[in-house]
Design a protein around this ligand. Structure first.
Ligand SMILES: [Zn+2]
Length: 318
C-alpha cells in the first residue's frame, strides 16, 4: 500500500459568493456525482477512514446554491442519460437546464461494435450502443423539441483523439457535423468537447459554419486557438483546469477573448479546481475556479462571477 493514497473525501465548501454575484455552472454532470459519492463512501468505510457522506442530486444543488451557484446546465451525453438530464430540469425548474448530445466517444460506438481505442484496445461497448448513431441523435432532436424550456443547448459534442484511434476519427467528425447541423436547425447554442483535436474541431466548425453561440467546454487550447475563437466570437468555458499549474495557455486564452466571452463550469465529477485537484468535483466548487479566474483577470471574484452570469444569460437565455 502506498502512503500516497488519494484523498476521497469531499473538499470543504468555499466562501460563498456575494448575494449580488451569483452565477451558473454552465456544464456539469450532477447525476454522475451521486454514484461517485457512493463509491467514495464505500471506500472510506472499507479503509476505516472517517465516513464520507453520499449526496443526492437535490443536496448537491442545495450545496451549490448555498455558495452562490444559482443554477446548472447539466449535460446528458450518453443515450441513457438524455432523459435523466431533462427530468432533472423538470424536477428543479429554473435551477437546472439540460444540454443534450451524443458524446464523441459514444458516437463512434453506436452501431459500430469493436471500434479500436488507444493501442488497438476496444472501447467499452454497452447494450445501448446497439442503437445506430442516427437513431441516438434523433432522440436528442426529439427531446430538445419536446422540452424547449428545459433543453437549452446541444452538447457535449466535438472530437476526442485522446481515447479514439485513427479509424474512429472520421466517425467522430461526421457525428460532430451532424450535431452542428442540429444545433443550427434548432437554433440552440452548442457545447464542444475538444480533447487533443483543436485543429480538426476548428476546421470542421469553419467548413460547416459554427452555430451562432459556440462554446468550448472545459477549454484546453492555447493563445493561437484563443485568437481564432476571438475572431469568430466563440465562447470559452473554464473548468478547474484553468487553476492548474502549467496551464498558462488556458489562462492567457481567457485574457485574449476577454471577460465577455468567458464562462465557468465544473464538468463534475471530474476536474476539481485547485487546491483540491483530484477530489470529486461538484457544482459547489465553482467559487474556487472563479478565484483562479479572478487572478487571471486581476479583478475581484465578485466582478468575474457577475461577468460569467451575464455571458451565460446571453448564450443560453438562462
Ligand atoms: Zn462534460
Amino acid at each position: 500500500m502506498s502512503k500516497h493514497h488519494r484523498d476521497r473525501s469531499w473538499a470543504p465548501a468555499p466562501e460563498p459568493l456575494p448575494e449580488d454575484a451569483r452565477t451558473i455552472d454552465n456544464h456539469t454532470h450532477v447525476a454522475s456525482v451521486v454514484p461517485f459519492s457512493k463509491a467514495m463512501s464505500h471506500e472510506a468505510e472499507m479503509k476505516r477512514q472517517p465516513p464520507v457522506p453520499v449526496y443526492s442530486v437535490s443536496e448537491l444543488l442545495d450545496q451549490a446554491a448555498a455558495v452562490g451557484i444559482e443554477g446548472v446546465i447539466d449535460s446528458g451525453c450518453e443515450l441513457p442519460d438524455l432523459m435523466t438530464a431533462v427530468q432533472m430540469a423538470l424536477d428543479h425548474p429554473g435551477v437546472v437546464h439540460a444540454a443534450l448530445a451524443i458524446h464523441p466517444n459514444e458516437s463512434v460506438l453506436h452501431g459500430h461494435r469493436g471500434v479500436p481505442g488507444p493501442d488497438g484496445l476496444e472501447l467499452k461497448y454497452k447494450p445501448h450502443h446497439d442503437v445506430p448513431f442516427d437513431q441516438a441523435l434523433a432522440e436528442v432532436h426529439r427531446l430538445a423539441v419536446a422540452y424547449p424550456e428545459q433543453v437549452v443547448a446541444i452538447g457535449e459534442t466535438g472530437m476526442d483523439f485522446f481515447r479514439t484511434g485513427g479509424s474512429a476519427r472520421e466517425l467522430q467528425r461526421q457525428a460532430f457535423r451532424d450535431h452542428i447541423a442540429l444545433a443550427k436547425e434548432l437554433n440552440l447554442p452548442m457545447q464542444i468537447h475538444d480533447r487533443d483535436a483543436h485543429r480538426e474541431v476548428i476546421e470542421t466548425l469553419l467548413a460547416d459554419g459554427a452555430p451562432e453561440f459556440t462554446v468550448f467546454h472545459s477549454y484546453s487550447g492555447d493563445a493561437e486557438m484563443a485568437k481564432v475563437a476571438r475572431e469568430h466570437g466563440w465562447y470559452l468555458s473554464m473548468s478547474g483546469t484553468v487553476s492548474y499549474k502549467g496551464n498558462d495557455g488556458i489562462r492567457e486564452s481567457a485574457r485574449i477573448v476577454g471577460l465577455d466571452h468567458v464562462m465557468v463550469e465544473t464538468d463534475a465529477p471530474y476536474l476539481a479546481p485547485m487546491p483540491y485537484r483530484g477530489r470529486t468535483n461538484a457544482p459547489y466548487m465553482i467559487p474556487y475556479t472563479l478565484a483562479a479566474l479572478a487572478d487571471v483577470f486581476d479583478l475581484p471574484v465578485a466582478e468575474v462571477a457577475r461577468a460569467t452570469r451575464r455571458v451565460t444569460r446571453t448564450v443560453y437565455g438562462v
